[in-house]
Write a protein that binds this ligand. Structure first.
Ligand code: SAH
Length: 270
């Protein structure tokens, strides 16, 4: 499928997934769009190596939602995309991972549709599969897990609204996004709903980057391990028997120096 990037003077928004960190995990389509973008509106989870691939002449607008840092409200971001596209610009809205997985991509598209703005969506490798891979933890395995659940551990009013019973199923891997702040509560709730206290559990900080750190424990010990080792966001939590495979399958001993890909000439990838 070809992206109609060559049409002149028609504003368009490309909602693009940047993957979990390693620039080489970008899709060819994402890389091509970064090279021709006129404006890139990016989030805090987009790594520096990926930002380095942006067309040097493009305007870069930070729209992250980091705590304690001035950032834009979701409604402002959507409106900004509309304004830039109406100015006839080729806009890349760059999001960490995949834009449709805990990325609010759907909400931004709804605003674009409302204002009749042309758009395309480019998927990215989501944190769950990219980081599990770089941590040597297969999310499914014939002996350990036949299903895998992606959930958010984001706290709202001091609680997490999850169907805990559905998380505590046999032969299932649970991947928790945004779960660091509520890790102790998550562990408590899963145990209260019948998960073994000894369930192997992993936390991965800055996965798929040269700063990746992995800690392994059990459902009971993981919160204190994360605390004592001072794990900081972004972290991904993986709970399930598959975590035991990490010791054998941990192929990424150290991330090779992240070479920044040269900008790919358009005609080679079109
Ligand atoms: N759309 C993104 C997820 C956005 S929610 C995706 O598909 O991956 C943000 C959460 O993703 C973080 O709080 C963290 O739980 C996870 N995450 C994203 N990148 C990560 C990274 N490099 N290392 C660890 N966790 C990451």
């Amino acid at each position: 499928m070809q992206t109609n990037v060559m049409e002149a003077n028609i504003g368009v928004v490309y909602l693009v997934g940047a993957g979990p960190g390693d620039p080489e995990l970008l899709t060819l389509k994402a890389s091509k769009l970064l090279a021709i973008a006129e404006v890139v509106v990016y989030d805090n989870l987009v790594s520096a190596g990926i930002l380095a691939l942006i067309n040097p002449d493009a305007e870069k607008i930070y729209a992250g939602k980091e705590k304690n840092r001035h950032s834009m409200e979701q409604v402002d971001i959507s409106q900004l995309l509309v304004i830039l596209a109406k100015q006839g610009k080729k806009v890349v809205r760059l999001k960490g991972g995949d834009p449709f997985i805990f990325g609010r991509g759907g909400e931004e598209l709804e605003t674009l549709i409302q204002y009749d703005v042309a758009y395309e969506v480019v998927p990215g490798i989501t944190a769950a599969n990219g980081i599990a891979c770089y941590a040597g933890i297969p999310l499914t395995h014939r002996d350990y897990a036949h299903s895998c659940l992606f959930v958010t551990g984001h706290l709202k009013d001091g609680d997490i609204d999850l169907d805990w019973g559905s998380l505590v199923r046999k032969d299932q891997t649970v991947v928790i996004y945004m779960g660091l702040g509520a890790l102790a509560l998550i562990s408590e709730k899963l145990i209260a709903h019948g998960m073994s206290e000894m369930m192997p559990s992993a936390i991965i900080e800055n996965g798929a980057t040269s700063e990746q750190r992995v800690a392994i424990g059990t459902l009971t010990t993981l919160p204190s391990i994360a605390k004592s080792r001072n794990f900081k966001s972004p972290t991904l939590i993986i709970i399930g028997e598959v975590v035991t495979l990490h010791t054998r399958l941990n192929w990424l001993k150290s991330m090779p120096a992240l070479e920044i890909l040269p900008s790919i000439p358009l005609q080679q990838v079109a």
